[in-house]
Design a protein around this ligand. Structure first.
Ligand SMILES: Nc1ncnc2c1ncn2[C@@H]1O[C@H](COP(=O)(O)OP(=O)(O)OP(=O)(O)O)[C@@H](O)[C@H]1O
Ligand SMILES: [Mg+2]
Length: 261
């Protein structure tokens, strides 16, 4: 990948070296990530695109420390994640990474509010403060006090996804990894989630988001295209400016068309 001059001045958030992820299916092996080298920068809103099965979720799991690669190195803010024990990795992940899954994982025996607080308690000791922040953030994405009291089975998929996003944001992690965060949402719910991600990014948190949706991808300032187990190409975009972004949309459509999207 060709680095631009500006990259030399930017702080590296994450770096992978020769990242390999291989899955075994019975006797056969599937090589999903193949010596993938990548640099992610602090403050970027990075978007990962690529066809279904190209390894986007696999890459996101590796980058966020949710799963270990088969081979290769990942350093996050200068810490070598791939050398950490599972326990060290879990502690590191909780304090630095927020994760929004492609499939929503919520504990059905707890209210929406308590689901959000499960991750807040891990790094914040002040319960009252954590509750205040959780309530405020949930309200902002349209989940009012009444919805916060309900169990996940009593709310819609879109509402559950918004709660899952707040759970990822609650500790103000350095990086937020979001796997198709708006895949299950209608346009209005998507917009509120994307606004929230854009806002936390503007405040300095780095975002790494997987999406299939071109309009959703326009939130990013760097688009990576995953193919054949590596980052095949990338596009830099000026920062998101809102709905009148027709020039950026044309750039992104052109980039994707060249890759056979
Ligand atoms: N835990 C696993 N065990 C075995 N194979 C897996 C596992 N996770 C993913 N795979 C396989 O690795 C490949 C890449 O999967 P991955 O979920 O990363 O794709 P993706 O790009 O996120 O696709 P989608 O856009 O459909 O979400 C797929 O062929 C998938 O079946
Ligand atoms: Mg996926």
């Amino acid at each position: 990948m060709i680095a631009s001059d500006k990259d030399a001045e930017r702080r590296v958030l994450l770096q992978t070296k020769k990242l390999v992820k291989t899955f075994s299916h019975g006797g056969t092996q599937q090589h999903v990530l193949k010596n993938l080298d990548l640099l992610l920068y602090e403050g970027d809103f990075t978007v990962i695109m690529g066809s279904s099965g190209s390894g986007k979720s696999t890459l996101l799991y590796a980058l966020s420390g949710m799963d270990k690669p088969t081979l290769g190195e990942i350093s996050f803010g200068g810490s070598e994640m791939t050398r950490m024990s599972n326990d060290q990795l879990a502690v590191f992940r909780r304090s630095h990474c927020g994760f929004v899954f492609q499939q929503i994982h919520m504990l059905d025996t707890m209210s929406v509010l308590d689901n959000v607080l499960t991750s807040a308690y891990l790094v914040q000791k002040n319960r009252a403060e954590a509750v205040r922040i959780a309530r405020e953030m949930l309200t902002r994405v349209g989940l009012d006090a009444n919805t916060q009291k309900r169990f996940p089975s009593q709310i819609s998929g879109g509402e559950a996804q918004r709660a899952a996003i707040i759970r990822a944001l609650i500790n103000s992690p350095k990086a937020i990894f979001a796997d198709e965060p708006t895949g299950a949402l209608n346009r209005a719910a998507s917009e509120s989630v994307l606004e929230l991600l854009t806002e936390v990014n503007e405040q300095g948190q780095s975002i790494v988001m997987v999406t299939h949706d071109v309009k959703t991808a326009l939130r990013g300032n760097r688009i990576l295209y995953l193919q054949d187990g590596i980052v095949m190409d990338e596009l830099r975009l000026p920062s998101y400016r809102g709905n009148s972004d027709s020039e950026r949309l044309a750039q992104l459509q052109d980039f994707l068309a060249k890759l056979g999207w």
